[in-house]
Design a protein around this ligand. Structure first.
Ligand code: NDP
Length: 284
């Protein structure tokens, strides 16, 4: 079997066209969606992510602000800026690019963002709402993954879903979304005793590990849907996922590639969350 390739670029393009239309409608009513992205320090990968986010906002007709602080900025200065953005009616979404420098209390920074503008969905209030099945902002990466299932018409009810990874930004919210969609969910991590036992019975397997080509064909049930969240840079500079794509595509029924799979969907759902925030602001 050769798997159907779930094309993240095509899906992202389709969703972004819809977001652009909605952004124009909001702008016409005086509520142009606005996103502020805060970057602290000069981490090269973070700079690329932030640039891409700002570019995507501009292409979708959003107002965007890119706020860059030097690595040695006092944490209070960042908190003060967040307070200003919380009160700024032009801004509907605030995102702080992680990781922050070591002297920062990242949790305190994320909690300082108004829950109504927390488009990353990392504020405890939004995490709690998601847990209760009443999400307000769904973290962008797992949100993007759910869009693949929707687009491909994959019904998750009753499916065995296995998530490898339990981070707050991917693994845990992913598991929660799959659970709410009716799947029976297992979350695996570095202390899982028999990973193979779990992955081999997964109808839906999500890999969010951060280890290049970790998931091999023998770990995958024939016909499974495999979602590769991983982004790893190889010594030759090329990107690869957590799944051995070439092998696994011969076993799975559907698979996301890296690059061109989950990656483009993450920024897309950031735009989606910002639109939702602006629509809520208009309705208030
Ligand atoms: P984290 O490092 O926070 O989490 C990795 C998880 O993998 C942990 O829960 C860890 O377990 C688990 N793990 C590590 N080794 C093993 C192992 N041998 N067996 C089983 N589980 C293991 O990473 P993130 O969740 O932030 O990111 C995961 C990957 O996704 C990375 O490659 C990252 O770059 C990528 N990513 C991609 C995005 C996108 O837009 N496509 C967005 C965000 C992330 P434990 O908890 O026990 O340590």
């Amino acid at each position: 079997m050769t798997a159907k390739i779930l094309d993240g670029n095509a899906l992202a393009q389709k969703l972004r066209a819809d977001f652009k239309t909605r952004a124009e409608a909001l702008a016409a009513q005086g509520e142009r969606p606005g996103l502020a992205v805060i970057l602290v320090g000069e981490d090269a990968a973070s700079q690329v992510y932030v640039r891409n986010k700002v570019k995507a906002c501009e292409a979708a007709g959003f107002h965007s602000e890119n706020i860059i602080f030097p690595a040695d900025v006092a944490p209070q200065a960042v908190l003060d800026k967040i307070a200003l953005l919380n009160a700024d009616p032009k801004i509907h979404g605030i995102l702080v690019q992680l990781p922050l420098p070591r002297n920062f209390d990242s949790d305190a920074v994320l909690e300082a963002i108004s829950p109504a503008k927390d488009v990353d969905g990392f504020h405890v209030e939004n995490v709690g709402a998601l847990m209760q099945g009443q999400p307000r902002f769904i973290p962008c990466t797992p949100y993007g993954v759910m869009k693949f299932f929707e687009e491909a018409g994959i019904d998750l009810k009753g499916k065995e879903a296995v998530v490898i990874g339990r981070s707050n930004i991917v693994g845990k919210p992913m598991a929660m979304l799959l659970l709410h969609a009716g799947a029976t969910v297992t979350v695996c991590h570095s202390q899982t005793k028999d990973l193979l036992f779990h992955t081999r019975r997964a109808d839906v397997l999500v890999a969010a590990i951060g280890r290049p080509r970790f998931v091999t064909a023998d770990m995958v049930k024939p016909g499974a849907v495999v979602i590769d969240v991983g982004i790893n840079r190889l010594p030759d500079g090329k990107l690869c996922g957590d799944v051995d794509f070439e092998q696994v595509k011969e076993v799975a029924s559907a698979i996301t590639p890296v690059p061109g799979g989950v990656g483009p969907m993450t920024i897309t759902m950031l735009l989606g969350n910002t639109i939702e925030a602006a629509e809520r602001a208009l309705n208030r």
